[in-house]
Design a protein around this ligand. Structure first.
Ligand code: GUN
Length: 285
């Protein structure tokens, strides 16, 4: 029997726990956590992601300020803003919504965010911390995927995990996190030969390649767990869909997530949790 794991429900329950923790922390520290978001331009995807983050932050009692710049903002303006947010002790988290326009050097901007405020976990310091197993901020989507697996006590240790996609934001860090949980991990990508032969060996299959409904039933081991990280538009219906052809694949799985309502809400939830962790860390110093 297939169990569809609801990221929406899991995120709702974790957000309740976080909300209670923030109420208690406010009594102790006399202020709530604060997140600053930098948004550039009017990309509909980015606008909608930021709206979702703003709504969720307010639900749990995190103060959120979005700094919305026009497409023609200069690199210098963004740098000055980040430096000022880095120096503002009332700001716990800084998130730069990606992608940035082409004339802005994305790496340069991300590198400027103070690692202790980098709630996305994108700064090289936090990336290195993950790879060296040092304490640092973990990226939200991979963290959300692990939380989804743990919510159903899906065993990771000793299992064969296949990650399709090798992005810095999802595929690479998630592969490392699965490895740290003692899975045997394979990373596949667009140049992988005989992809289906490899994905068919997966006890845990992570689809994070960004191609609508790419993963089909013939690529799945019977009874596998399939986690869909994709956020795409179905070319025929224009509806939101994942990287997995859900109707075709789900009958062959033990556990599966859906798009929407799977990994997406957990990404936002982990962003809020990271902001809370950064806030607590700022009082430890
Ligand atoms: N753009 C797409 N996904 C993300 C994300 O997780 N964080 C940020 N900052 N930008 C994104």
């Amino acid at each position: 029997m297939t169990i569809v794991i609801s990221g929406t429900k899991l995120a709702a329950s974790r957000k309740e726990t976080l909300k209670d923790a923030i109420i208690k922390a406010k009594e102790k520290y006399n202020r709530v956590p604060k997140l600053a978001v930098i948004l550039v331009g009017n990309d509909t995807g980015s606008l909608s992601y930021v709206k979702g983050k703003e709504k969720a932050a307010l639900e749990v009692g995190i103060e959120i300020n979005t700094y919305h710049y026009m497409d023609d903002v200069t690199e210098k303006e963004l740098e000055d803003k980040i430096i000022s947010l880095n120096n503002d002790s009332s700001v716990d988290g800084i998130l730069v919504q990606l992608p940035l326009p082409k004339h802005i050097k994305q790496d340069k901007i991300i590198d400027l965010v103070a690692p202790s405020k980098d709630v996305d976990g994108f700064h090289p310091y936090n990336v290195a911390s993950l790879y060296l197993k040092h304490e640092g901020i973990l990226p939200c989507t991979p963290k959300g995927v692990i939380a989804i697996l743990d919510s159903k006590n899906i065993p990771i240790e000793g299992k064969r995990a296949v990650v399709v996609g090798r992005s810095n934001i999802v595929g690479m860090p998630l592969a490392k996190m699965l490895l740290d949980r003692n899975a045997t991990v394979t990373i596949c990508h667009s140049k992988t030969k005989n992809l289906a032969e490899i994905t068919k060996e997966a006890d845990i299959l992570i689809a994070a390649l960004g191609k609508p409904k790419f993963i089909k039933d013939y690529m799945i081991k019977e009874g596998a767990t399939v986690i869909d990280v994709g956020v795409n538009r179905d070319l025929e219906t224009n509806k939101l869909c994942g990287d997995v052809d859900f109707d075709n694949v789900s009958p062959h799985t033990s556990y599966i997530t859906k798009v929407p309502g799977g990994v997406g809400p957990m990404t936002i939830c982990c962003l809020l949790e990271n902001t809370y962790i950064a806030y607590l860390n700022h009082f430890k110093k």
